[in-house]
Design a binder for this molecule. Structure first.
Ligand code: UD1
Ligand code: CA
Length: 458
């Protein structure tokens, strides 16, 4: 955006009454991060470096949740909720520093993208004093209506102050707008509260700017991007929109999803080209899936990295710190946490691998458990390249299994196993010929005696 300076003012001092929540609504998560962080990320993506955050309740928590990369955020407390115009002026000290552009946005409109912000700022660069971001809707009830004549924005009329004729207008105010930063304080100071709600309406800026000879305009954006969140039903709807949009982006970029509507992504989920995501997979924050990996159905993955050609699930759980190298496999009913799984290594069935590193081409048998926790501390298990861990083994950490070592099935391993060694950590098998017949006959005799006693007692 050329070399104009810009301050974003993000309004988040609302009461959130309809959320029926003990915390501010902007703290409620969409795709695994607070709503407010989505807004800030869109601001940062616009190339804006400074933001003023207008906060009410949970001020500290909201300010903390609003910190995103590349944006410096200064909080301003709005102690009384006197309207959107008053809220913007709460950031007067920031505005007074002198910016070319002021961009106003809401903390509860989390699907917004950089595009309408850029368009609105272009409107300022073209000489407008106020550029409103508007949208067409089939359900205008509750929104301010845009009074446009011959393509010119004359005013914004709030629903409560509108005539019946004006209420029929379907082009509405999103609430988001850009203001000439050099005139902002002067314009904002002229807002009064002589209206149906007795509030200082930010929307009055349009008429105020025009009365002073300034120009005003509208840029339109898709309604879905401007959806606000007032209650939990809208929270769920926004989550759905967000998920649909991100799944679509990923599929268009070369990711296959068989049933995309059953795949849930986090705000930062990255999936490479030619990866296949089967139905019913949930991604928590911090996941990178490289190209060509396969995530089978019903897997739950967070804080993990899956390399090219690796395969996960079905029914696998990857927890934070799981790092699967190329061509490795974590199969059904396995859990992996804070562990590196080497190239081509296999953890195929019913295992728990935590605080461990598994070398290349190692094979972890069904039911293997790394016993990483002693009730107080966590310990590490190191499994060398090419090692073979027999099924149903317990590896009691801290412990090292050497390269190409063999651990016999059913072992409880408490001591290090050198490279190339065989470890047996279980009772030696005894075989007693004919003894099975003796036991079976004794048991049959007990059963017969019980039946006879019961029959006699009838
Ligand atoms: C506002 C607009 C309306 C627009 C609608 C879009 C005004 C007067 N009206 O109406 O034209 O169609 O948004 O959703 O601007 N806030 C504060 N402090 C306040 C008041 C509000 O921080 O004193 C914040 C709220 O947290 C919210 C935003 O500003 O994020 C909008 O406030 P809200 O009361 O919901 O405005 P609406 O009446 O919906
Ligand atoms: Ca609202």
């Amino acid at each position: 955006m050329n070399d104009r300076t810009c301050l974003a003012i993000v309004l988040a001092a609302g009461d959130s009454t309809r959320m029926k929540s003990s915390k501010s609504k902007v703290l409620h998560p969409i795709a695994g991060r607070p709503m407010i962080a989505h807004v800030m990320a869109a601001v940062a993506a616009t190339g804006i470096a400074d933001a003023a955050l207008v906060v009410g309740r949970n001020a500290d928590e909201v300010t903390k949740a609003a910190s995103v990369e590349g944006l410096s955020v200064e909080a301003f407390l709005q102690t009384e909720r006197l309207g959107t115009g008053h809220a913007v002026l709460s950031a007067r000290d920031a505005i007074a520093r002198g910016y070319d552009d002021i961009l106003v946005t809401y903390g509860d409109v989390p699907l917004v993208t950089a595009a309408p912000f850029l368009a609105a700022r272009e409107g300022l660069a073209a000489g407008n004093d106020v550029v409103v971001i508007g949208f067409e809707t089939a359900k205008p009830t509750g929104y301010g209506r845009l009074i446009v004549e011959k393509g010119e924005l004359l005013a914004i009329r709030e629903e409560k102050d509108a005539t019946d004729e004006e209420r029929k207008i379907t082009r509405c105010n999103s609430g988001l707008m850009a203001i000439n930063g050099r005139k902002a304080i002067e314009l904002l100071s002229r807002i009064g509260n002589q209206n149906a709600k007795g509030e200082y309406y930010l929307t009055d800026l349009v008429e105020i700017a025009r009365s002073l000879g300034g120009r005003t305009s509208v840029v339109d954006a898709p309604e879905a991007e401007l959806a606000g969140c007032n209650n939990r039903a809208e929270l769920a709807m926004i989550e759905r929109f967000w998920q649909e949009r991100r799944r679509h982006e990923l599929m268009v970029s070369g990711v296959t999803m068989i049933a995309p509507e059953t795949v849930f992504l986090a705000y930062d989920t990255e999936i490479g080209q030619d990866a296949l995501i089967e139905p019913n997979v949930v991604f928590g924050p911090g996941v990178t899936i490289d190209g060509g990996a396969v995530i089978h159905a019903f897997s739950h993955i967070e804080g993990a990295h899956v390399s090219a050609g690796a395969s996960v699930g079905p029914f696998a759980r990857l927890r934070p710190g799981a790092d699967l190298a190329e061509g490795s496999k974590v199969g059904n009913f396995c859990e992996v946490k804070n562990a590196d799984i080497g190239k081509g290594a296999k953890v195929n069935h019913l295992s728990y691998i935590g605080d461990a590193s598994v070398g290349a081409d190692a094979n972890i048998g069904a039911g293997t458990i790394t016993c990483n926790y002693d009730g107080v501390n966590k310990h590490h298990t190191d499994i060398g390249a090419g090692a073979f861990i027999g099924s149903n083994s317990a590896l009691v950490a801290p412990v090292n299994i050497g390269a190409n070592a063999l651990v016999a099935s059913g072992s409880v391993i408490t001591e290090n196993v050198p490279d190339e060694a065989l470890a047996l950590g279980r009772a030696r098998q005894e075989v007693k010929p004919g003894r099975a017949t003796v036991i079976r006959e004794r048991n049959l005799a007990i059963k017969a005696a019980k039946k006879a006693a019961k029959d006699a007692g009838r």
